[in-house]
Each structure stands twice: as C-alpha cells, then as structure tokens.
Design a protein around this ligand. Structure first.
Ligand code: 3HC
Length: 724
C-alpha cells in the first residue's frame, strides 16, 4: 500500500491548498494528521499565504480516522499525543482563515477537520456525518462539540446516534455547510471564500465559539434528556451512546474542555469489548464481498434484467418483493390460479406496506406493482436471466422443477434454489447445466432480512457466482458465500440453540421463560422458545427431524415442538405455543398450561419419579445454550462451509440477530477463549451424557485442538484445506 501523503501548494492568489491523499478513502492516520497540522503551521508562518483551503485527493474529501490503525492499537492512548488540542489550537484557533473543500464524503474525523475550518463548501454528491458510533466509539476530534454548534443539539444527537449521513443539500439547510457548488468550481470557490474571510467580507467564525444554533443551556439540557429517553433502546449492553450524550452535555458550558475529554473517552472505547466487536464487524462486511477465485479474476458481472420465482408461498413472495423493490421485473409461477392469486396479492400487500412506511406516491407504487407478473406456465420464462425456485422441500419436486427450467429457460439463465436443507447437487442431479446452478438462501421475511447465503457447488462457475454477488448487492442483501451442505452456515451453526434450551427445560427443569429472558438480556432479538413460536412448531418438528437424521449423536431425542404440535399449539399463528398470545396481537404471555406440557415431556423422555430440578445460574444457562452453538460453529469452520470466520460472524448477526456489538458467534467465542468454552462443554458432557443427549455437549475435535494449543477459533478455518 502506498504511504499517505499530504501536499501543500501556494498559488499566486496567496491561498495555500492542503490536500490529503491516503487511498482508498483518504483516511486520517497519525501521520496524515501530523502532516496536515504541520502544513497549517507553515501556512500560518509564511508571509505570502493569506488563507488556507483543506481538501482531499481523487475526488474524495476524507472517510475519517484510519480504522485499520484501530485494530493494531494495543492499549488506550498508546503512541498518541492529543490530536484534538492541536486541531483546536492550530486549525481553528490559528491566525489565518481556512475553508474545507469537500467532495463525495466527509465522515468521522474527516468532517471533524472540516468543522474546525472556518467555512465548508461541498459538491452536490457529498455525504457528511459522524458515523463513529457504528464502530462502538464516539467522535474524537471535537465532533461532539462542533456538530451541535452548527446544526443544533437535537439534530446533532440524531445524526450521531442513528449514524445519519446528510446529503449536501440537507447539510446546507442544516447549517453544516455554507454552500453547495459544482465539482468543477469547488476549489476555485473555496479559495475565493477563504480570501473573503481573510479580507473581512465574510465573517470569520470559529465553530467552538458559535452560539447561533444552540439555545440557552437549560433548553439544551431538556433536549438532551428527551433524546436520552428516545434512544434508551440503543444503550443496552454498550457504553458508547450514553457516553456520546454525556459528552455533548458536558460541552454545553465548556466545549474546549469537553473536546479534550471526548478524545480520551473515544480512545478508551476503541479498546472496549463492544468497540473491538463493532470494528471487527465493519471489516467483516467488506471482507465478505471478496471471494478468492471469483471476485479477483477480472470478470465483469452480468446484469440481471428480469427474474422468475417458482413457488409463491411465504418465501417466494418475499423474494419477489425484494426483487421488485429494486425495479427489476419479476414473474411468479404457481401450479394453479388460486395459489397464483394468493402469491401475487401477498407481494402487492408487501409493496403497499412499504409504500406506506416510505411515503411513496400512488404513481410510484403502481409502477412497482406493475413489475410483478404471475404465470402458470414455464414457457413464460424464455427471457429471464435468473430463476429462483422456492417450492417446498421435496427432492423429487425440486428435481422435476429444475428439469423443466433447463428445458424452458435460455442457455445462460442462472438457475437457483432457495432450499435451506437439500444439497444443491441433489436438486440439480437431473440437469446438464450444473455450472449455472447455485443456491440463493434467503431468510424470512425475505424482503426484510439482509442476509443472503449464496450456496455454490464445486461446479458453479465463477461467472455465475460473481453475477449473484452483484445481484445480491442490487437487491440490498449482504451475500455470504457458503458451500453446499446441510443447513449451510447459519441454520447449521444455530441448530443447538433450540436443542440445548429444550434440554435445559425438560431435563434440568429450567423455566423456558427464564431461558428466553436470559438470551434476550444477552442481546438476542428473541429467546429460543419464542423463536420456535415465531417460526411455527411444525417447522420445529421438521427441522428437529432433519438434525436428528443428519447428526443423530448430537441431537436431543425429543424436544417440546412435537408435543406442542400434537396439542395444536403451533405458535403465534394459532395464538398458542410455548407462550399464549392475546388474540390479534403478537404479544406473548406465559402460558399456565406449559407446566403440564413439560411434565408430560419428562414422562415421555423416560425421566422417572425421582427426577429433580437442577439449580443453575443465569450465566451457566447462557453458556449452556450458546457454547454448543460455538462448538457447531467450529465444525462449520473446520468443514470450510464458509470462507472465513468473519463470514460466519456476519451471517450470525444478519441471519440470527446475534448482537452486532458482540462481533458475531466466533468472535464472541474468541473473546471468552477456547479453553473456557472447552472446559465448560467437557464438564456438561461428563455430567449429562445419556441416551437422550449423547454427544451434544462433547467438544468438537477442532475446539479440542484449539483449546489445547491456546489458539483462536477464527484460525480453524485458515488451518484446514479448502475442498472447494
Ligand atoms: C477520531 C474520529 O472521530 C474517529 C473516526 O473518524 S472513526 C471513522 C469514521 N468513519 C467511518 O466510520 C466511515 C467508514 N467508511 C465508510 O462508511 C465507507 O467506507 C465510505 C462511505 C467511506 C466509502 O464507501 P465505499 O465507497 O462503498 O467503499 P468501502 O467498500 O466501504 O470502503 C473501501 C475501502 O476503504 C476502507 N475504509 C473505509 N473507511 C475507512 C477508514 N475510515 N479507515 C480505513 N479504511 C477505510 C474499507 O475497509 C475498504 O477497504 P478494502 O477495499 O480493503 O475492503
């Protein structure tokens, strides 16, 4: 990587132009910041310089502090002298005016430097914001103090806490920038603006001293209190949102002192558990788009101009909605006209819902609805670029569909299946076009959930994989490339989540509602029992059977789902499951009947009259539910179902709602250490191995090895040889 440079040029007009260049986003490393400040000092001392313009190279201002440096930072404050004091004193407090000339983006530290200038000009395509909170930190170069003084306290808090990036016109209306100008005039206009400040034609305003956008302290305090209440949900288990509000509040009286405090707290947060986790997720999101042998071969993705879906049930109609939402024509095929009408109506209802939420015009809604067509005949598929099959999980049904698709679709059409269970090679066994076969595994509801597992076989061509990665991005999904295997990455790693909860409830007598509460407190969106009610207990029975067949030694012989199904307690949709639901709502309430159902499950599981409840702590319950998931994740890594551990981390966050601020299932496991996980699992294995649970808690060979060598779980995937 080229080392960063900051250039300094003085024109005949007496304006010094300081340009940051640190590809790919002109990030601010310690070196860049020192060079910028040194150039400011030179400009201040040179007699031929009247004013300064700060800008970024290659049409981008700056993407913020260099996050790559965060990962190698070992301890708080290591190798850092105060940046913010230098920014306050040299840039904002210096003797010559400075104007920021901003193109494309000014984010984080980039916007903080721009706000320390005395005016800001931006091009129309620019986005500006302080997205530090997405990384688990707060701004650290005075942003918490300057943003409120430019846009007002309430808006500044909204922008920081919800990671909003303002487009240039919005930034102009809010007072964040002083003018929006075309790119070809940006530098010239910024220079003129700076000279006008120097000559007194435009007021010289130092942001930290501004009061024109903030009211009296009492008023600002009230705003901060109301924002504390509004964003209370963001404070759970993480320190940075509250820290951000505290520091804004501190600065109401002394912004200079608060900026110094802000920098210190930002540095501490960088090495906090949530900071490290969120920074890991930032890089994971970018790494997942890089698939060796696919994205690095110089191939160009082909555009998918029209799509067909086979099967218009819940998944099929959700997928069709996701496609139509991005203005791509989509056909749905069903087997009879009733089913077809239901499917098309479901998509229409999904789109109407979205229109209502997003405030679309009637005209826009009708235009999107018109993209969705129904058909009963494969003959209509002649021109589509991609077919996604979402019929029910039956091997003969799917094989028949794929034979028909091969017959009716054009020779370069991509044929994909949304199966969550069946090997893609088996689905396409009767076709002759296996290089065009792949899996597109969506998560329900498909138009809402961001994860898309892209399943490839050994025969899926790199071009098809690339086309699908590109298509996923277009329909706003994050594609995680996985190997064709039972359950792929997310369902496979998480199948013990429900199994272990069932073991705790039936065998150890732990209250299922307590288990759900512990998992929710940890940060999961729902606990394992509430999750089975959401999916439906029939699904629980079907998936339970699948796991029992595939991994007979590590699946509980009987869970609650089959008993609940017998009693027609199918979950949310019947108003009764593990919980009871108030009619017409999704609000769950404990079911008094559950006690008897659990007693019956114990009888059927052969637990005799001498069975006794076990006393167990919340922490141990959490570990007993999640460590088997980490254990299964080790197997997923060992078998190379994913390319990297960070892909599985991301998939666990996007597909299961594993808390982002814990970095994903493998990262979280590594934060606790393989040895601890191994020793706990070994303990439970020795305590509870029985016919019912056999090897459920037995540490996998890769966990065993990792614990013995004191290695990291993430490295399991690097140590095994790819079978793809
Ligand atoms: C002291 C301060 O208060 C602290 C801070 O400033 S913390 C940093 C705050 N800034 C941010 O959070 C912005 C993060 N970046 C982004 O949102 C987006 O990258 C962007 C809008 C700048 C560009 O988006 P886009 O063009 O889609 O490119 P994207 O793929 O995201 O990034 C391109 C490359 O730049 C890297 N990158 C992006 N921002 C970076 C940063 N701030 N530091 C280091 N690398 C960065 C990415 O990792 C990626 O690298 P790769 O090619 O090796 O994978």
């Amino acid at each position: 990587m080229a080392s960063p440079v900051v250039t300094f040029d003085v024109g005949d007009d007496g304006v010094a132009v300081i340009t940051m260049k640190n590809p790919p986003v002109n990030a601010i490393s310690g070196e860049v910041l020192s060079a910028v400040l040194a150039h400011f000092q030179t400009a201040h001392s040179r007699k031929d310089v009247k004013a300064i313009v700060l800008t970024g190279a290659d049409g981008k201002f700056c993407g913020g502090a260099d996050i790559r440096g965060f990962q190698v930072r070992k301890s708080v404050g290591a190798g850092r002298e105060s940046g913010v004091i230098r920014v306050n004193d040299i840039m904002e407090g210096g003797p010559k005016p400075a104007v920021a000339a901003i193109e494309t983006f000014a984010l984080g530290g980039g916007l903080e430097l721009a706000m320390a200038c005395h005016a800001r000009l931006a091009t129309p395509n620019t986005r500006l914001g302080l997205p530090e909170l997405q990384l688990g930190i707060i701004p650290g170069l005075g942003g918490t103090q300057r943003l409120p003084r430019l846009v007002g306290v309430g808006k500044a808090i909204d922008m920081m806490l919800t990671v909003q990036m303002l487009p240039a016109d919005d930034a102009l209306r809010s007072g964040l920038v002083d003018a929006v100008v075309p790119p070809e005039r940006l530098l010239a206009d910024a220079k003129k603006w700076a000279l006008n400040i120097a000559s007194g034609r435009i007021p010289w305003r130092r942001t930290l001293a501004r009061t024109d956008h903030v009211g009296p302290v009492e008023e600002s305090l009230k705003i901060i209190e109301s924002k504390r209440a509004q964003y209370k949900h963001l404070f759970k288990n993480v320190p940075h949102p509250a820290a951000c509000l505290d520091i804004v509040q501190r600065g109401l009286k002394d912004p200079y002192a608060a900026s110094v405090m802000e920098e210190k707290i930002s540095g501490e947060l960088q090495v906090s558990p949530s900071g490290k986790s969120l920074i890991h997720v930032f890089f994971s999101e970018r790494a997942v788009l890089k698939v060796p042998g696919v994205t690095d071969r110089g191939l160009k993705p082909r555009q998918i101009r029209s799509v067909a879906i086979v099967g218009g049930g819940l998944m099929g109609s959700g997928i069709a909605t996701a496609v139509a939402l991005q203005q791509i024509p989509v056909q749905i095929k069903e087997t009879d006209s009733d089913a077809l009408n239901r499917a098309v109506n479901t998509v229409r209802a999904n789109l109407e819902n979205r229109a209502k939420k997003s405030g679309w015009t009637q005209q826009k809604l009708q235009k999107v609805i018109a993209l969705v067509k129904g058909t009963l005949d494969y003959k209509d598929f002649g021109n589509v670029d991609l077919v996604m099959e979402a019929a029910f999980e039956s091997i003969p049904v799917k094989q028949q569909i794929f034979e028909a698709l091969e017959r009716y679709c054009k020779a370069d059409c991509i044929l994909a299946t949304n199966t969550s269970l069946i090997d893609i090679d088996v689905v396409g066994a009767k076709t002759h076009c296996q290089d065009r076969l792949a899996g597109t595994h969506f998560f329900s509801p498909a138009h809402v959930m961001p994860l898309l597992e892209l399943v490839r076989t050994e025969k899926t061509s790199p071009q098809v994989q690339l086309d699908l990665i590109n298509f996923a991005k277009i329909i706003r999904k994050i594609p995680v490339t996985v190997k064709s295997s039972v359950g792929f990455a997310v369902n496979r790693a998480f199948f013990p989540y429900v199994s272990s909860a069932n073991f705790l409830a039936i065998y150890l007598g732990v209250d299922p509602y307590r288990i759900d509460r512990i998992l929710k407190d940890f940060g999961m969106p729902v606990g394992p029992f509430r999750m089975t009610d959401m999916a439906g207990q029939q699904i629980g029975v079907a998936t339970g059977n699948l796991w029992r067949q595939t991994f007979p030694n590590r699946t509980l012989k009987m869970g609650l789902s089959s008993l609940l199904e017998e009693k027609n307690r199918l979950g949310e949709k019947t108003g009764k499951g593990v919980y009871n639901y108030k009619p017409g709502t999704r609000k769950e309430e404990p079911a008094p009947e559950l006690k008897d159902i659990l007693a019956e499950a114990r009888r059927r599981s052969g637990l005799g009259a001498d069975w006794q409840e076990v006393s167990i702590s919340d922490q141990e319950i959490l570990e007993m539910v999640l460590f088997p998931v980490v254990n299964e994740a080790c197997r997923v890594l060992e078998e190379k179902v994913v390319l990297r551990a960070s892909d599985l981390d991301l998939a666990s966050i996007l597909g299961m709602g594993f808390p982002r601020y814990r970095g994903g299932i493998v990262f979280w496991g590594d934060s606790l250490g393989a040895e601890h996980i191994h020793s706990q699992l070994s303990k439970w294995y020795n305590l509870y191995k029985s016919d019912a649970i056999e090897e459920f808690y037995k540490p996998s060979p890769s966990l065993e090895r990792t614990a013995a060598s004191k290695g990291t779980l993430a490295s399991i995937v690097e140590l095994t040889r790819s079978r793809l």
